[in-house]
Design a protein around this ligand. Structure first.
Ligand SMILES: O=C(O)CCC(=O)C(=O)O
Ligand SMILES: [Fe+2]
Length: 333
């Protein structure tokens, strides 16, 4: 088996699973890949190269790199991307990430973006980033094809590693590829993953030249928050939503413990105020393993069922100007 994933291999969120629920998926999402993410990626790459092309040129803009070394944990060179790139190029990058976050993840913010390069000896050992936001991202500017180093893949614990014994097979050997998913940082690939899973960057070996290094932009999507896209008056919509959400939150609070973020999106008809097209945008909801529920997926089904039922029956005020899309996150912590 090839341990590296291709974009096509990555799980897509199913929009329909159990008979009673319309929303929901069998498993939480862990990894989302988008190749050819940013049209201006070559411009960013060119800018990086222009700063290193002449190693004997000592203008002050060369002195922006932090050699970040935490013994046995992190070794890489990094700089804040907003100070490194020209304003226009940086704006394009930030806008594309914000748009992706809003449309695809229901997250309205991003953390400050780092630009990091990895030459021989650089790496990130296993760690988890849960406080930073529900999704970590890595946008690669690495010339991956024809690279002169080994390593450099993002490695992410496979979910069964956090529930080791229930899937343990004593008859089978077990190697790195069976424990982690390796994602190649191909040029202009956006890798988005649930940073709560232990993850890292495999040691880069073989080049000391920044022009040949692993080069990535990275950070976190933050602020899962409700937003409204359409003509419905936000104050009126909020009032209608609140009357559904109070009992729903109470109901969800009584369920067994879950951790993660669910984001749903639905359409409110301008004509009738009724809800349709309720769907799940993202889902990282996991059942807390120490909670003694023999059927560990059932709590997810209960959550989906409650949200589905209550949101589908919400009544919004009609709005002559047309339909409104509402995005609504549920954060379980
Ligand atoms: O560069 C990567 O692939 C992962 C980066 C990461 O995990 C981090 O910056 O926390
Ligand atoms: Fe990380």
């Amino acid at each position: 088996m090839n341990a590296a994933v291709r974009a096509a291999d990555v799980q897509q969120l199913s929009t329909s699973t159990t008979e009673e629920n319309c929303i929901g998926g069998k498993k939480p999402q862990q990894l989302l890949l988008t190749d050819d993410f940013l049209p201006s990626a070559p411009v960013l790459r060119d800018h990086f190269e222009s700063r290193f092309r002449d190693p004997l040129n000592t203008t002050s803009d060369r002195f922006v790199w932090d050699y970040w070394h935490v013994p046995n944990q992190y070794t890489l060179l990094r700089t804040p991307a907003d100070q490194f790139f020209p304003e226009d190029s940086y704006r394009e990058l930030e806008d594309a990430l914000l748009e992706y976050g809003e449309q695809r993840l229901g997250c309205r913010g991003i953390s400050p973006i780092w630009l990091s390069y990895y030459v021989d000896g650089c790496r990130q050992e296993l760690h988890a980033d849960s406080p930073h936001g529900p999704w970590a991202f890595v946008l690669s500017l690495t010339q991956w094809e024809g690279r002169s180093f080994s390593g450099g893949e993002t490695m992410i614990f496979q979910p069964h590693m956090l529930d080791f014994w229930s899937s343990f097979d004593p008859a089978k050997g077990f190697e790195l590829k069976d424990m982690v998913t390796l994602v190649e940082p191909r040029f202009n690939r956006l890798t988005v993953f649930d940073g709560r899973y232990p993850h890292g960057v495999r040691p880069v070996e073989g080049t000391r030249n920044p022009l040949c290094a692993r080069l990535v932009l990275h950070g976190w999507f933050t602020e899962p928050s409700p937003f409204f896209d359409g003509p419905l008056d936000e104050a009126a919509a909020t009032e209608a939503l609140d009357s559904v959400l109070s009992p729903l939150y109470e109901e969800l609070g009584e369920l067994r413990q879950c951790l993660g973020t669910l984001v749903v999106r639905f359409t409110v008809s301008g004509e009738t105020g009724q809800v349709s097209n309720l769907r799940l945008l993202t889902d990282t909801l996991v059942h807390v393993p120490s909670d003694p529920d023999p059927d560990r997926l059932s709590v997810r089904d209960k959550v989906f069922g409650a949200i589905d039922h209550d949101i589908s029956h919400a009544e919004f005020p009609p709005c002559q100007q047309g339909d409104t899309e509402i995005t609504l996150p549920f954060v379980f912590q």
